[in-house]
Design a binder for this molecule. Structure first.
Ligand code: ADP
Length: 192
């Protein structure tokens, strides 16, 4: 298998989506199509933007263990299929996806030599606070997220093959490009 998957992990609001979308729109890495139970928005094309599933179909796939990760967001289900990732690897693609910690761990254990976990850390809790605020996060949720941040930073460092701080976006993007150019299983696997 010649494909590679780069998995971005990090606290909510740290810039994973921003970095991933930039890399995808620059053609550096492919997007993995995810599943959702929400209805398509007018501009969205099924099977290109998302796999749109009914609640029942989604539930069956969860029961069959087909997802590496799935979650509820605003009353809708979202998930990443194992099959989508294995297809990307089999066809030799370079893919980039943002996952939660459990999902990242699972993907790494499935294909340890093709997967690189890239940890993204915030420069300080002050900057994370202002980014969350910018995104319209409620005060209560913000306090909760900020308390979790120190603990999360430890998790990120433990799981990631490589990690860096997203302070200036251009710099962080440059680091991400370097990691992707260098290839899978950067340094840590070699150390074991
Ligand atoms: P995540 O996907 O990790 O939850 P997002 O990519 O959605 O985070 O980013 C959260 C917010 O922070 C967005 O409004 C985004 O534009 C902004 N942002 C991301 N990176 C930076 C950066 N380096 N400097 C300033 N703002 C940033």
């Amino acid at each position: 298998m010649t494909g590679r998957i780069f998995v971005l992990i990090g606290p909510s609001g740290v810039g994973k989506t921003t970095l991933a979308e930039k890399a995808q729109s620059d053609g550096i890495a492919d997007r993995i199509i995810t599943c959702t139970t929400r209805t398509p928005r007018p501009h969205e094309i099924p099977n290109r933007d998302y796999y749109f599933l009914t609640l029942e179909e989604f539930g069956n796939r969860v029961d069959n263990g087909e997802f590496v990760e799935n979650e509820w967001i605003h009353g809708q289900r979202y998930g990443v299929l194992v099959r989508e990732l294995s297809r990307a690897l089999e066809s030799g693609r370079t893919a980039l996806i943002s996952l939660g910690y459990g999902g990242a761990e699972r993907v790494k254990s499935l294909w340890p030599h093709n997967v690189t976990i890239v940890g993204i850390l915030p420069p300080s809790s002050d900057s994370l606070r202002s980014r969350l605020k910018e995104r319209g996060t409620a005060a209560e949720e913000m306090a909760f997220r900020l308390r979790a941040i120190d603990h999360e930073a430890e998790t990120v460092k433990k799981l990631a093959d490589i990690f860096f701080v997203n302070d200036e976006l251009g710099d962080a993007y440059h680091r991400l490009r370097q990691v992707i150019a260098k290839g899978p299983s950067s340094h840590r696997i070699a150390d074991h």
